[in-house]
Design a protein around this ligand. Structure first.
Ligand code: PLP
Length: 375
C-alpha cells in the first residue's frame, strides 16, 4: 500500500476549501441547454470591456520580452489624480494578489487580523494560508460595525480590513465613522480599505486615499476588474506610504503585471465615455432592481456598488438553484456568509428585466409554500 501523503500538506491548510467562484456560463449552457444564460453572479461590467483598452491591446507588437517590472508610466498615471508619487503605488496581478502580499509581508502565524463577517471571502482564506488568526466581527444592519471592530483590536492585531463598499452586502460605511475609526486604530496596525467598487459610489462615498493622507499605515486597494471591464487581464493597484509599498514589493513576484494588462489599463483609465456609460447603466439598473424589490416587498441592503443583496423567503441555495433552472445565474448567500439572501449583479436593462421576471414568478411560488416546507 502506498504511504499517505497527508504529512506533506501544511497544518494550516487541512480542512480548507479552495476559493469557489460563481457558476460559469458554460456550465449553465451544458447543464440546462440555455443558449444565452443571464450571468449576474460575478460583479462584472455588463457593458463589456473598455473599447479603448481593447483597441490598445491590438497594437501590442510582441510579447517575447519581459516587460519593465516597475511600470513607471502606469504608476505615474495612477498617482496623478491624487497628486501622489510613484512610490505611493503598488501594482498587482489583480487586487487579489495585493491582499496576498499583505499577508506575506505582515502576518506571522498567530498574528491577528480583524475583519467583518460577511465580507470578501479571500481575506479569511489568505489569512489561513499563512496561519494568521482572523477575528471576525458581525456586520450591524448589513454594515461594518466599526466600534466593535475597534474593540476587537489587541496587541496581536497586525491588519484590519474594511471593504468599502462591502462584498457581498454592497453597503458602505459612513465617511465620518471611517475617519474616526482610522484615527482611533493604533498607528502601527495596517488598515486595508478594499475599494474594488469605488468608481460606482456616489458623491457620499469615501475615497480611501483621503484616509491614507491622515493615517500613513493605510493601504487602499482598487481593481481594473470591475468598472473597466478587465477582470480577465488580472490587474489591481494600491495606494500606500512608500514604506508600506516597499515592504509589499519584497514579497511580490517579479513581472507580476503582464504587458497586455498594463497596456489595457493605461488606455482604460482615460476611457471617460465608457466609465460614464458604466456608471449610468449601474445607476439605472439599481433603480430598476430597487423599485421592483420595493414593489414586491423584499428587503435589499442599500448598495453603493454594482450588485445588491436581496432577501428571499426560502433557503438561498434553493432560490439560486431555481433561478439557475430559468437561465439566470446569481450567487447564493449561503456560500458568502449571508444565508437567506442572493447577491445579484446589476446587468443591462434587459438582463435585469429577465432576472426580475423569473424572480417575481418564483417569489409567488415561494410565498405560496406551506409553512413546514419553508423550514
Ligand atoms: C471586495 C473585492 N476585492 C477584490 C476583488 C477582486 O479583485 P481582482 O479581480 O482585482 O483580483 C473583488 C472581486 O470580486 C472584490 O469583491
Amino acid at each position: 500500500m502506498q504511504p499517505s501523503l497527508d504529512r506533506l500538506l501544511r497544518t494550516s491548510l487541512r480542512g480548507f476549501a479552495p476559493y469557489k467562484p460563481g457558476t460559469s456560463v458554460d456550465e449553465v449552457k451544458r447543464r440546462y441547454g440555455f443558449e444565452h444564460p443571464v450571468k449576474l453572479s460575478q460583479n462584472e461590467n455588463p457593458l463589456g470591456t473598455s473599447p479603448r483598452a481593447l483597441a490598445a491591446m491590438q497594437h501590442i507588437a510582441a510579447l517575447s520580452d519581459y516587460d519593465e517590472d516597475d511600470h513607471r508610466t502606469l504608476k505615474e498615471r495612477l498617482a496623478r489624480p491624487y497628486v501622489l508619487d510613484v512610490g505611493n503605488v503598488i501594482l498587482g496581478h489583480g487586487s487579489n494578489e495585493l491582499v496576498m502580499l499583505v499577508f506575506g509581508a505582515f502576518v506571522d502565524p498567530g498574528d491577528e487580523v480583524v475583519l467583518a463577517t460577511p465580507t470578501f471571502s479571500l481575506f479569511r482564506k489568505d489569512a489561513q494560508v499563512v496561519g494568521g488568526t482572523t477575528v471576525e466581527v458581525p456586520l450591524r444592519d448589513g454594515v461594518h460595525d466599526l466600534d466593535a471592530m475597534l474593540a476587537a483590536v489587541t496587541p496581536k492585531t497586525k491588519v484590519v480590513f474594511v471593504c468599502d463598499p462591502n462584498n457581498p452586502t454592497g453597503t458602505r460605511v459612513a465617511r465620518e465613522a471611517l475617519f474616526a475609526f482610522a484615527k482611533a486604530l493604533p498607528s502601527d496596525v495596517l488598515l486595508v480599505i478594499d475599494q474594488a467598487y469605488r468608481e460606482y459610489m456616489d458623491a457620499d462615498g469615501t475615497d480611501g486615499v483621503d484616509v491614507l493622507r491622515v493615517r500613513p499605515a493605510t493601504l487602499v486597494l482598487r481593481t481594473a476588474s470591475k468598472i473597466y471591464g478587465l477582470a480577465s487581464v488580472r490587474f489591481g493597484y494600491g495606494y500606500a506610504s512608500p514604506q508600506i509599498v516597499a515592504w509589499l514589493d519584497r514579497v511580490r513576484l517579479p513581472f507580476n503585471v503582464a504587458r497586455p494588462a498594463a497596456v489595457a489599463v493605461l488606455a482604460a483609465l482615460d476611457d471617460d465615455d465608457f466609465i460614464a456609460a458604466s456608471v449610468a447603466n449601474n445607476e439605472r439598473g439599481m433603480r430598476q432592481l430597487g423599485d421592483a424589490f420595493a414593489r414586491l416587498g423584499v428587503h435589499a441592503y442599500p448598495s453603493a456598488a454594482n450588485f445588491v443583496a436581496v432577501e428571499v423567503p426560502v433557503a438561498a441555495e434553493d432560490a439560486y438553484a431555481a433561478l439557475l433552472e430559468r437561465g439566470v445565474i446569481t450567487r447564493s448567500g449561503d456560500g458568502l456568509g449571508m444565508p437567506g439572501r442572493l447577491r445579484v449583479t446589476v446587468g443591462t436593462p434587459e438582463e435585469n428585466a429577465a432576472f426580475l421576471d423569473a424572480f417575481e414568478v418564483l417569489l409567488a411560488t415561494w410565498r405560496a409554500r406551506p409553512i413546514e416546507a419553508l423550514t
